[in-house]
Design a protein around this ligand. Structure first.
Ligand code: F6R
Length: 618
């Protein structure tokens, strides 16, 4: 949701700023721009469109200088255009600013500045910032004081970076939007996210809200808004630069689908042994007092949260998943025996953070399940569990969904071992355990979880989804259905499909089809049915209801399920495993189906229209 980058150091800034913007493009691609401190002031170049368009403009116009800022935009205030692209400047071009977030009081600030004679050239909320700074400079303040005074007037969320015409320095701060400092040998960087500068350095300082940072020839300085020095520890990130690059792949999404065996190994590594689950952050007994769990999350992470809540309920723990944008305003009643789990890949999703903050104000304890060490969610929750999937760049989440589910499966086993939950849940839980045991070799155990990466590899290497994407390319609609853990997978399959193909796709609980949606089913509706090895006979019944209305059926389910295979038109097999993990394997087929369907339609797979990864506005 907008990416910002800043760079101060030896040599020219432009090439590194452009690399940073390309690496941040997943956060928004409506426009891009840079501002570089040059000999006689500030040079700005900005264009509507992706970074390629800016690149083309820069061929004719090199901006020399070692200090600069850059921005890639996801529009909130004002449509995509050259004028609304960042950086924004004041009337005289003495101050240039890039911004990620939303300045809520921009209209009143604009009125006030207009009355003072300032002229605005864009429709953005951001443009008030350079004007506020310029007004302070006119009143005699130095750049740092002017920056502090300007940001003091802002309400809302922001990560801001600023250059001024007469100094080789960058001034920056954050308040509710992410900003991380990168410490290189020859240059220092500020960016919305680590991958922006990962090619230049892996040493980072995660900034806290209201830190004010100055980068200049002397290095970097962090202070509070009041100007008191702040000491923040530098850390080395364990992501390699290549992890955030496309390499031989034509799309990040395909690369990230293929990476799942590796990312899952990373998620699981060291967290299981022959005795079961080993979670350092949650030693045996640490979850024993938890009576109920509420998951809060958005989008794909919400589907992983639904999956996790199903696993917990089956273990006798009352658990529910709520959409974070709902929970933040209508929270679930919580006690000191409630655990609120925020599931968020980025750790920066504004809706999820809002929910986390509501939970932090309540007696409940909180846990962030996230991919990003140092993210806001990880820092604000009482505890954090990292899914260790590595950087995900494609806007459509893929490998992080699998790693979230695997992490939650491990956590669910710890809940079970700790006997968390309520007495009422115990009996059904043992019945569930019996049901699981009767359908598999004995339920999810550490060994089954450890075999997940190999099983995922089998699915990733299966080419059948490509053929089916082509065969059913002319359908009017695509309905995804499933039950149990197959239900969140159906929702996720539909989300992925609509998100990158722009086709009509919906996910339903299999048993719900007959309560209304069946009215929409025609021979042009493809039904994709998820089977897990549990309650499949019921799902097959629902499939037959759709089949008798002429709908073609693609089944996704266990390799050995011959009855299902015979009943459906097409079958995407997954290796036989515990039904609780089968959903995640089935999801990999659905990722591939969506990917190939989007490829046939020549869609912008990594950057679907109107979307951005890391949605940092509510
Ligand atoms: C869909 C997708 C989004 C995100 C959602 C939450 O493919 O990626 O739906 O899952 O915006 O993002 P995080 O997990 O970063 O909180």
């Amino acid at each position: 949701m907008c990416g910002i980058i800043a760079r101060v150091g030896d040599g020219d800034a432009l090439a590194e700023l452009m690399t940073g913007l390309r690496n941040l493009e997943y956060r928004g691609y409506d426009s891009a721009g840079v501002a570089v401190r040059c000999e006689d002031g500030i040079d700005v170049c900005k264009r509507e469109g992706e970074t390629d368009v800016l690149d083309a403009a820069l061929v004719e116009r090199h901006l020399p200088g070692s200090v600069g800022i850059g921005h890639t935009r996801w529009s909130t205030h004002g449509p995509p255009s050259d004028a609304n692209a960042h950086p924004h400047t004041d009337d005289d071009g003495r101050v240039a600013v890039v911004h990620n977030g939303i300045i809520r009081n921009y209209e009143s600030l604009r009125r006030e500045l207009r009355e003072d004679g300032h002229r605005f050239t864009s429709e953005t909320d951001t443009e008030v910032v350079p004007h506020l700074v310029a007004r302070e400079l006119d009143a005699g303040a130095d750049a740092e004081t002017a920056f502090r005074a300007a940001t003091d007037r802002l309400e809302g969320s922001y990560a801001l970076a600023m250059v001024v015409a007469d100094e080789d320095a960058v001034y920056a701060t954050r308040h509710g939007s992410p900003l991380v400092l990168g410490l290189g040998d020859d240059a220092n960087y500020l960016a919305s996210d680590v991958p922006a500068f990962l090619e230049f350095t892996d040493r980072v300082v995660y900034l806290e809200d209201d830190d004010v940072v100055v980068l200049d020839d002397a290095g970097y300085r962090i202070t509070t808004t009041a100007g008191d020095p702040v000491d923040r520890e530098a850390e080395t990130v364990d992501w390699a630069a290549g992890d955030a690059q496309k390499g031989v792949y034509s799309h990040f999404m395909r690369k990230e689908i293929d990476e799942q065996p590796t990312s899952l190994r990373q998620t699981i590594e060291g967290r299981t042994d022959s005795t079961g689950t080993v979670l350092d952050a949650f030693p045996p007994g640490s979850l024993a007092s938890i009576e109920n769990v509420v998951f809060v999350a958005c989008g794909t992470s919400y589907h992983a949260a639904m999956y996790g809540s199903t696993l917990l309920r089956r273990r006798g723990v009352p658990a529910t998943a709520m959409r974070a944008n709902e929970f933040a305003h209508d929270p679930m009643p919580m006690s000191d025996r409630t655990l609120v789990i925020a599931v968020t890949q980025s750790g920066e999703t504004a809706d999820t953070l809002a929910s986390l903050r509501v939970a932090n104000e309540s007696p409940a304890s909180t846990l962030a399940v996230t991919n990003v060490v140092g993210s806001t969610a990880a820092r604000e929750a009482d505890d954090a569990m990292f899914i260790r999937a590595g950087p995900e760049v494609g806007v459509a989440a893929t490998k992080t969904f699998s790693s979230q589910v695997a992490a939650l499966a491990l956590l669910a086993d710890r809940f079970e071992e700790d006997g968390a939950g309520i007495e009422f849940g115990r009996e059904p839980r043992s019945k569930q355990a019996t049901a699981r045991a009767s359908t598999t070799d004995g339920g999810v155990d550490a060994g089954t979880i450890r075999s997940l990466p190999d099983d995922v590899e089998t699915v990733v290497n299966d080419g059948r989804a490509a053929r089916l994407a082509k065969q059913y390319a002319d359908a009017d609609s695509y309905f995804f259905i499933g039950r149990g853990v197959g239900y969140p997978v159906a929702l996720e399959g539909a989300l992925k499909f609509k998100e990158i193909t722009y086709e009509h796709a919906e996910g339903f609980a299999a048993g719900e089809l007959k309560h209304g949606p069946l009215a929409l089913v025609t021979p042009s509706t493809v039904i994709v049915a998820v089977f897990t090895g549990q309650d499949d006979d019921r799902t097959l019944h629902n499939v037959r209801e759709a089949q008798s209305r002429g709908a073609p059926i693609i089944g996704v389910g266990p390799e050995s399920a011959t009855e299902i295979r015979d009943a459906v038109d097409e079958y995407l097999p997954i290796p036989d495993t515990d039904p609780e993990l089968a959903g995640m394997l089935a999801n990999v087929h659905l990722q591939l189906l969506a990917y190939h369907a989007a490829e046939i339609r020549d869609r912008a797979i990594d950057k679907p229209r109107n979307l951005a990864k890391s949605v940092t506005v509510e």
